[in-house]
Design a protein around this ligand. Structure first.
Ligand code: ZN
Length: 427
């Protein structure tokens, strides 16, 4: 009932009367924690959302609206929704009814036009009972003997991040790199890697931090791609948290842009601002910054071997996603998606491997230097070939050359066999 009243109130507040709105399409995003329905609209809409019981339903009323959208099939509705129906209960109102499989929480809000999409109404649905979350819940129980690296691919879902001139989305590139890094790390004894998102859906900055905390992460790496108006801007940069302020104007601007992800993704600020505030003691902050810097230096060093660096020094700025957990945390801008050459490279699997390989080598180096790391160094230098691995891929991963690997293993041909043991030089 409260929701009904709230909805009615919204009707009142958001008037003036608008010209007819058209629902252009309906998109559905699934994350392990929730299902998001996005109604693409021809303009801003006056709407209300409320629930009905017996059976459980969510009703979405759009005032003065018509629909030219194709209704998504029931099989695309995910684990908590049974069906999506529409009708016209009274003059000018377009009503959607979501039939539910059980009790859910819902949240709804309007989004203004962004880089890719126009006006949108977003309805988020998540099960009231946390144990009913989808099976691919990102929080698998960690084995604590491992060094846990949480990799955070930026953006996702309705937030595409930066856009390349050839149409490349930052969210796609960074997910591909993050998945590669996860796979490399998970085959390395003593390390376990987890992702804050596994697909094309939005995760709020607060939830990214929460996932890292629940995994008891030892290291946090947020992966992004940069963009700039100056098209010649190129190269990678590595940022860590600043307790005082940004180390440069560029850093300040970048942090502002990356932090705005929550606005684009639809999290209402105000509601979450305070929950991501730093809760660490000064001593912990000092330690975190010192360790983050040590790791970031290793990372810059390795990235510099495979490509250009935008800034040779570790940068500091107030990134929300780097706050609130007392572990080393970095944010990497892997290159400029706005640069023609780098955009092209960022579309290739080999370049993803090069970047993921740099991150992997930086992690191994950092761990070897630190006594608190539990990375097992036993298999040093030996790699067992797995499916879909080639000499060029392994050279990119381990920061060496094809000919160096061939020489070290006295290989005459370029073909590798699954299970073949290779000595990796310089590792
Ligand atoms: Zn980004």
């Amino acid at each position: 009932m409260k929701q009904l009243l709230l909805g009615l109130l919204l009707f009142q507040l958001t008037a003036p009367v608008l010209a007819g709105v058209d629902v252009l399409s309906i998109r559905i995003w699934h994350s392990p924690l929730s299902t998001r329905l996005v109604f693409d609209l021809s303009g801003p809409v006056v709407y209300s959302v409320f629930t009905l019981t017996d059976p459980q339903r969510i009703v979405i009323d759009l005032k003065n609206t018509e629909s030219s959208a194709v209704s998504p099939g029931d099989q695309t509705l995910g684990p908590w929704l049974l069906a999506l129906r529409s009708g016209n209960p009274n003059n000018g109102v377009l009503r959607y009814v979501l039939d539910l499989k059980g009790q859910v929480h819902h949240d709804s809000f309007l989004l203004p036009p962004g880089v890719v999409y126009g006006h949108r109404l977003v309805v988020d649905v998540k099960p009231a009972d946390r144990s009913l979350r989808a099976n691919n819940d990102p929080v698998d129980s960690p084995t604590k003997k491992d060094y846990v690296v949480v990799i955070d691919p930026g953006h996702g879902g309705d937030d595409p991040g930066a856009l390349g001139r050839r149409g490349t989305h930052e969210k796609k590139v960074v997910l591909a790199i993050a998945k590669r890094l996860q796979s490399i790390l998970n085959h390395w004894p003593g390390v376990a890697a987890q992702l804050t998102r596994k697909g094309d859906y939005y995760v709020s900055l607060r939830n990214r931090i929460r996932i890292a905390a629940e995994h008891q992460a030892d290291l946090f790496i947020s992966v992004h791609a940069d963009s700039a108006r100056r098209r010649s801007a190129r190269g990678a940069s590595v940022y860590i948290l600043s307790s005082k302020g940004a180390s440069s104007e560029i850093g300040r601007e970048l942090a502002k842009r990356e932090n705005a992800s929550d606005l684009i993704g639809g999290v209402k600020l105000g509601k979450q601002e305070h929950s991501v505030r730093e809760t660490m003691l000064d001593m912990e902050v000092d330690w975190k910054i010192k360790e983050s810097k040590a790791f970031a230096r290793n990372l810059l060093d390795e990235l510099g071997k495979v490509g250009f660096l935008h800034t040779k020094q570790v940068q500091q700025a107030g990134f929300v996603v780097l706050k609130a957990i007392e572990i080393p945390a970095v944010l990497v801008e892997v290159g400029f998606i706005s640069n023609k050459k780098e955009e092209r490279a960022l579309q290739t699997a080999l370049h993803h491997e090069r970047i993921a390989g740099s991150m992997f080598r930086a992690i191994v180096r950092y761990c070897t230097e630190k006594s608190q790391c539990r990375v097992n160094q036993d298999p040093k230098g030996i790699h067992v070939v797995r499916k879909a691995e080639s000499l060029s891929l392994l050279a990119a991963r381990f920061g060496t050359t094809i000919s160096a690997i061939k020489r070290a293993n006295k290989l005459k041909i370029d073909t590798l066999l699954i299970g073949q043991k290779l000595v990796i030089p310089e590792l």
